[in-house]
Design a protein around this ligand. Sequence first.
Ligand code: MLT
Length: 210
Amino acid sequence: MTTTSLSFIHRFEPATVPGKPPILLLHGTGGDENDLLPLGGMLAPGSALLSPRGKVLEGGMPRFFRRLAEGVFDEADVRRRAAELADFIQEARDAHGLAAPIAVGFSNGANIAAALLVLRPEVLAGAVLLRAMVPLADTPSGDLSGKPVLMLSGSMDPIIPADNAARLAAQLTAAGAEVDHKILPTGHGLSQADVTIARNWLDRLTAKTA
Ligand code: MLT
């Protein structure tokens, strides 16, 4: 059920398997809080799922921050919206008694997850970034020591230049994150390979921390 009780419209599905890390689902442009719940269930069966709806509207389509053109971001808004989202994560953790979540973000949702990692690293236990790009030209050098990050990019993605995705992976690595960046023979949309790789990565992570 969609709820408006916290500072973002969102859906929350409680864990059915104790001890599994909660997953924060962040949709792409034009998605909403319902979109990624099935993906969350496939990637992390039994985990609590927290799925907010982005507050910015672009021609009626929800997003997590404003952009000036495709791939050109309003960076002041990126910072403001990342701060709001970080506060929401803390509210939801308090309300539901959750550990720090692992973000699973697609496209615009992956970009706000990358912004959270560099601006407010303490709110995430790790991240799966599906089709992400550099969210801030002037990237703060937050401490991401040991933070696990899986990045999956598409070699035929018309929206995200390969060098941009590579730069994000390098920035996160330089800040100390344990980045696994894979480039799949696909476009911007998700493929079965994304699901399989992300699920295996999350399984290994959960086994390590259990
Ligand atoms: C963005 O605006 O975050 C990226 O261009 C990806 C998207 O189209 O959402």
